[in-house]
Structures are given as structure tokens and as C-alpha cells.
Design a protein around this ligand. Sequence first.
Ligand SMILES: Nc1nc2c(ncn2[C@@H]2O[C@H](COP(=O)(O)OP(=O)(O)OP(=O)(O)O)[C@@H](O)[C@H]2O)c(=O)[nH]1
Ligand SMILES: [Mg+2]
Length: 209
Amino acid sequence: MQKINIHQIDFITSAAELKQLPADNGFEVAFAGRSNAGKSSTLNAIANRRQLARISRTPGRTQLINLFSVGEDRRLVDLPGYGYAKVSEEVKMRWQKTLGQYLQHRNCLKGIVLVTDVRHAFNPLDEQLLVWAQECQLPLHLILNKADKLKKNQQIKALRQAKDILKHDYDAQHSVQLFSALRKDGVEILLQKLTQWYFPEQEPAPPEE
Ligand SMILES: Nc1nc2c(ncn2[C@@H]2O[C@H](COP(=O)(O)OP(=O)(O)OP(=O)(O)O)[C@@H](O)[C@H]2O)c(=O)[nH]1
Ligand SMILES: [Mg+2]
């Protein structure tokens, strides 16, 4: 049984443009989402390291595409956050275009982890990403992060609502979970999802609670 070894997670490189990415082979999983949702924190939580992916002091700080290796031919990609209010319209548009191209043309991309703040999931830019994932037939795993900000019953309600929206409006393949990068809650479920994408010959799929 092949598994992700979190101790093997290492920074590879940063890319400012798609043409600077490593060769398009192997298996890549991209972390996308709004600026400040907690993409970098989620990566740090699964690697169990505080400073692997840099955490923003101010949102929108991760302007580069940061790549991490997870053993041979397996990569994690920390994408710049979208929607940061202080960035100019032109920069926002450019990034939306680059993101679209990456999702459409990157052959080694096996799945998207969409990181959202559980209190503000499904904003228009997240919806755009969900639509793109569907169009590109890419499986997507939705992270409802910052669950620590809600009481248990509110967390359960948010999870149920997200499941309903995914089921009725999007691809049935998409999965969702509660997460707290702060408390490292939900790491095991996320690692199971990544294992499923990195080693697709291994089944069965993990439960999604
Ligand atoms: N309470 C709480 N705060 C969190 C959690 N995850 C991230 N944060 C905080 O949210 C802020 C943004 O986190 P980042 O990981 O930098 O977010 P990002 O999505 O990588 O942001 P960009 O790089 O700007 O796109 C930081 O202040 C984190 O400490 C969480 O699970 N709970
Ligand atoms: Mg970041």
C-alpha cells in the first residue's frame, strides 16, 4: 500500500508564470481558493510544519505558484489566492486567466483542493472554480477551513449545506470536509484524498465525513 509520507514534503520552486512550472508529468494536486482562506496554512498542517508554505501576514502575499514535492513524481501546488480586494482589477483578471489556463492545460493535474473559509464558502470566485473543475472534468475536494471559528452544531450545518450544494449544482464526484488548519483537525481525511489522487490504482475511496 503506497502512502504519502508527510516527512518527504519539500519545497521545490516558485513560479511567477505557467511556463516556469516543472515538466508536465507525474501527479500534481493544486490548492486553490480565495486569498486568506488558509491554503498555505492547510499545506503546513498536512506537512506538520509551521513554515513550509509561507503564511500571509497580510492577505494576498502568496503571489507566486509554490511547488512542493511529495515523494517521486508527486507534487503539491500552492496557488496564489484570488479575489484579494487591494489588488488592481488588471492583476485580478490576469490571475483568473492564468488559473483557467493552468486548470485546462496541465495534464499532470489530478485534483483540486478548494480551500474556503467555512463562514464564507461558495462566493462567486469559488463558484467559478467549481464550474471550471467540472468543465475540465477534474475532481475537486472542498475544504471548509477555520472550522474552529464555529460551534459544533454550526459546523455540522455548514457541512450539510455544502454537501447539498455540491450534489445539486455540481459534479457528484466532488467531496467536502470540515477542516481547521489551526487545530490540525481534518488532516487525515485530506491525506486520504491526496493518496487517492496520487495512487489511483489503490482503492477503495475513503469515507467523507
Ligand atoms: N482561526 C483560524 N485561522 C486560520 C486557519 N487557517 C488559516 N488561518 C489564518 O488565516 C490567515 C490566512 O492564512 P493563509 O494560510 O496565509 O491563507 P492563504 O489562503 O494562503 O492566503 P494567500 O496566500 O493570501 O492566498 C492567517 O492569519 C492564518 O493564521 C484556521 O483553521 N483557523
Ligand atoms: Mg498563501
